[in-house]
Design a protein around this ligand. Structure first.
Ligand SMILES: Nc1ncnc2c1ncn2[C@@H]1O[C@H](COP(=O)(O)OP(=O)(O)OP(=O)(O)O)[C@@H](O)[C@H]1O
Ligand SMILES: [Mg+2]
Length: 643
């Protein structure tokens, strides 16, 4: 299975479940399927909608943009009112939930409302969350329905309430904006694109799909897109008027057929790296599975606040946040501005300290804030004067160091890997790539590679997502990050099989828990490609319930290229492939084939009865598979066809 565009093919939920069942004897109520794999060609079948909207839910900033099919490049970015008349193209990823956990507000509105509640001391039972996207980073196995995020007051709130609340809010806001502009579009005419980091696990990508559907976006109108990939698309399509001649020339060279380039997407939460090659027809092929980590621009903010907390004390800072939200947001925003404006040749950076923080410091420590900084060893580099905290440039720069170093190390690792030796360009996108410190760090570390910093880097994901929605075929080949397969069983053959991995059902001995590979690790998979698994099953004498219910087959992933059993080390249960009976009822002697088709937005699964040629739907489900105690181990696998 390709790593990308799988609609989160593999929702990793469980750790490996060992299915080896020795010699147990069980009633034969199992399904018996047979298989045969082969690859077929197929076209892509994405219908184009009149309007495409991209929702970019970022770790730090969130927004949406859209354009109409007639002029896809004319992208409207929704602007958000911050302070006064200031408008910004993304709003902070902040959400306010009521005491009853209903969605109340988003972005600047959420910050304003929470500050007001604070001012009236009415805030305690409310829930204010930001940076919630991080909860899905590094998550390989989880149940999205029970996932929680921590709010600013250390309340646990359900992640689903936060994510669905934001997505629903953005969708409703879009509809209002369209109406205001005189467009009366039915939602079925809108293609929604939701962007996710390419490095996310399949489980996390699937969770984003689920949250979007829960928020009211119809599944058939939804596409999940990969942030670095769509950002690259945006760069190649930027109108000449919006870029410098140098950027335009560089991008033109980079997008020449045969050229390989690395996309370095530096967001607030994540660094997301993909490597692409431009094919002869201008389409992109992924050369390596996505990689990266949690080294976005937020690391800088975190280090700054950790440093401040260390100087003033945990108690002071906690009290400041919980009793003066408005001032905390003010300080945060000031830091954000200082961080964005920070230049290599700058001598000093200063921040106004809110009077509430000074007061709390005095109350808790019995000392004035200026005296505290004066007593520290770092007093030459960080000092307080006239209500401002002043940082010497070399001290402030340290807040950037660890994230820049981690990014450089990861890029070095990627460039050393096979298939990436010919990378000629690094394309830097995402908000954090607008930092001069970061850009210079990358340029210095890779003097032999041309580094491109396009204008509008912080909006490249948002705008690229819109372009991708209009023309999703642009990315054609993808690299499979793991091997994926489904559980199979076959008639036991003592010459071939290990008795310990077998079980007896009725009078028949089966080898169980075989890993039937569908996609191999590092395999390059093309959009439209099909993999077919031939199956057969004898339903004769099966209870009526079994004849009409869906067949569920376990799906596994492994980092090994060729796992033999689902119980091999490193194999993990990912989800369930659900196949519906054709015509609502399984025939007595069913012979069928399951087709897995790689689409631009995921994997389509379908089933065909080979005798009657009737077809039925299928899907891959990543909600937590719930094995029943004492369940027949053959129920969730196919039997291999020896024909
Ligand atoms: N000019 C700038 N200089 C330094 N940092 C910047 C600049 N502009 C934006 N950033 C930082 O970039 C980050 C936001 O970038 P972006 O909007 O791409 O991220 P995001 O979408 O919120 O996060 P992610 O994509 O990781 O989920 C923030 O950490 C912000 O401080
Ligand atoms: Mg982003």
């Amino acid at each position: 299975m390709p790593e990308q565009n799988t609609k989160g093919l593999l929702k990793a939920i469980h750790s490996t479940r060992k299915e080896s069942c020795g010699h147990e004897e069980k009633e034969d109520d199992s399904s018996t399927f047979m298989r045969e794999s082969r690859v077929e060609e197929a076209g892509d079948s994405v219908s184009r909608k009149p309007l495409v909207v991209c929702l970019d839910i970022g770790t730090t900033y969130t927004g949406y943009a859209y354009s109409f099919i007639k002029k896809p490049d004319e992208i409207t970015v929704r602007k958000w009112a911050s302070e006064g008349t200031m408008l910004s193209p993304k709003a902070p990823s902040s959400v306010l939930l009521t005491p009853e956990l209903s969605f109340h507000s988003f972005g600047y509105d959420a910050e304003r409302k929470f500050s007001d509640l604070h001012a009236k001391n009415d805030h305690k039972s409310w829930n204010f969350v930001n940076g919630f996207k991080m909860v899905l980073n590094d998550k390989k196995k989880f149940d999205a329905n029970v996932l929680n995020v921590l709010d600013i007051q250390n309340h646990y709130v359900p992640a689903s309430a936060v994510f669905t609340g934001v997505i629903r809010y953005l969708k409703n806001d879009l509809m209002e904006q369209l109406t205001r502009r005189g467009y009366h579009l039915d939602e079925s005419n809108i293609q929604f694109v939701v962007t996710v980091p390419a490095i996310w696990s399949e489980a996390a990508k699937q969770a984003m799909t689920d949250f979007s559907v829960m928020a009211g976006i119809q599944k058939e109108n939804l596409m999940i897109a990969y942030e670095p990939e769509v950002a690259a698309l945006h760069c190649v399509s930027m109108p000449a008027s919006q870029v410098t001649v140098r950027t335009r020339d560089n991008i033109a060279l980079m997008f020449k057929p045969g050229c390989s380039f690395l996309v370095l997407d530096l967001g607030g939460g994540t660094t997301d790296i993909t490597v692409q090659k431009v094919e002869k027809d201008g389409k992109l092929s992924q050369l390596r599975k996505a990689s990266g980590g949690n080294w976005g621009g937020n690391c800088v903010n975190n280090l700054f606040f950790q440093d401040l907390t260390k100087s003033l004390g945990q108690k002071v800072f906690q009290k400041f946040i919980t009793t003066n939200a408005g001032d905390y947001f003010y300080l945060k925003n000031q830091f954000e501005v200082a961080k964005r404006n920070f230049r290599n040749d700058q001598e000093i950076v200063y921040l106004h300290i809110p009077s509430s923080l000074k007061k709390i410091t005095k109350e808790v420590n019995g000392k004035k804030i200026g005296d505290i900084f004066n007593e520290l060893e770092t007093r030459e580099k960080v000092y307080y004067s006239d209500g401002k905290l002043n940082y010497a440039s070399e001290y402030f720069r340290k807040f950037f160091s660890s994230s820049v170093q981690s990014i450089v190390d990861e890029v070095k690792r990627v460039l050393k890997s096979k298939r990436c030796s010919e990378v000629e360009y690094i394309l830097m996108v995402g908000g954090f790539s607008e930092s001069e410190i970061v850009r210079d760090g990358i340029k210095m570390a890779f003097p032999e590679i041309r580094v491109i910093n396009p204008e509008d880097a912080s909006l490249s994901v948002l705008k690229g997502g819109v372009l991708f929605g209009h023309d999703p075929d642009t990315v054609r080949f993808r690299v499979c990050p793991q091997s994926y397969g489904m559980a199979m069983h076959e008639y036991f053959n003592p010459k071939k099989h290990d008795l310990s991995k077998s079980c007896k059902v009725g009078n028949t001995q089966f080898a169980v828990g075989c890993f039937e590979k569908i996609f191999e690790k590092d395999e390059i998979v093309e959009v439209g490609q099909q993999k077919i698994v031939r199956v057969a099953e004898d339903f004769t004498g099966q209870p009526e319930k079994m004849r009409t219910q869906n067949k569920e087959i376990e799906m596994y992933a492994s980092a090994a290229k060729d796992p033999k059993f689902i119980s091999d080390p490193g194999c993990t249960l990912q989800g369930i492939i659900v196949v519906s009976p054709p015509g609502g009822r399984w025939p007595d002697k069913m012979k069928g084939k399951i087709t897995f088709e790689v689409t631009v937005t995921g994997i389509n699964v379908s089933f065909m009865d080979r005798n009657t040629q009737s077809t039925s739907g299928g899907e891959i489900k990543f909600s937590e598979p719930k094995p029943q105690a004492g369940e027949n181990p053959l129920n969730r696998s196919f039997r291999k066809d020896d024909l």
